[in-house]
Design a protein around this ligand. Structure first.
Ligand SMILES: [Zn+2]
Length: 194
C-alpha cells in the first residue's frame, strides 16, 4: 500500500513542474475577522470569515469595529473554510439577536407576553448589558409602572447572562475573571430592574 501511494505521488509530480506546485501551495490567502458584538456594523458582520486572495480585498467601514486580516497558506484552506462556516453562522446569529431584541422592545407595553417571548429568544443568541440599558431607556414609563413585568424581565435576563458565561467562548477566561464579570453583570441587571 505504501509503495502504491509513493508511485502515484511521483507520477503526479512528474506531470506538474515542482516549482509551480510549490508556488501554488505557498501562495497566501487572507481571512477577515471582526469581534462579533452588539456594536459590530453590518459591513464587518458580512465580511467576518470571508477569504480573499488579497489582503486589501475586504470592505472598509466607518465604525471602529475590530478588524484583523489573517494571512494563511493554501494548505490551511480546508480548515479556514470550516472556520468560515462558523463565523458566517455567528454573524447571522447576531443579526437575528438584534431583530428579536428590537421586536421585543417594540412589543413592550403593548403585548408583554409576546415581548417576553421575543426577548427570551434573543437572549438565547447572546445578551449584552448595554442592550438592556437601551431597552430600559426606550420603555422607562412602561417599566416603572409595572413591577411584575420588571421582575419577569430580570428573570429572563439574569438567567441568560449566567448561561452566557458557561458558553464556549467565555470558558477561555480565567475562572476568577469569569466569575467577577458574571457577578458584576448580574448586579447591574438587578440594579436596573429594581
Ligand atoms: Zn465595521
Amino acid at each position: 500500500m505504501a509503495v502504491l501511494r509513493r508511485q502515484s505521488f511521483s507520477g503526479l509530480a512528474s506531470r506538474v513542474p515542482a516549482a509551480y506546485t510549490a508556488r501554488m501551495w505557498k501562495r497566501k490567502r487572507y481571512q477577515f475577522f471582526t469581534n462579533v458584538t452588539y456594536r459590530t456594523c453590518r459591513t464587518c458582520l458580512s465580511e467576518h470569515g470571508r477569504i480573499a486572495n488579497r489582503s486589501d480585498a475586504f470592505l472598509q467601514c466607518d465604525n471602529d469595529c475590530e478588524r484583523h486580516v489573517v494571512p494563511f497558506f493554501r494548505s490551511e484552506l480546508a480548515y479556514r473554510r470550516r472556520l468560515q462556516k462558523e463565523m458566517f453562522a455567528s454573524s447571522k446569529g447576531e443579526l437575528e439577536r438584534r431583530r428579536l431584541f428590537n421586536s421585543g422592545i417594540a412589543a413592550l407595553g403593548g403585548d408583554n407576553e409576546q415581548a417576553l417571548n421575543l426577548l427570551t429568544a434573543s437572549a438565547r443568541h447572546d445578551l449584552y448589558i448595554p442592550e438592556v440599558e437601551r431597552l430600559i431607556a426606550a420603555k422607562e414609563g412602561v417599566l416603572r409602572a409595572d413591577s411584575d413585568l420588571r421582575r419577569r424581565l430580570l428573570a429572563v435576563f439574569a438567567r441568560a447572562y449566567s448561561d452566557k458565561f458557561g458558553w464556549y467562548r467565555y470558558e477561555r477566561l480565567p475562572e476568577p475573571m469569569r466569575i467577577a464579570r458574571e457577578t458584576e453583570g448580574l448586579r447591574r441587571l438587578r440594579e436596573m430592574f429594581e
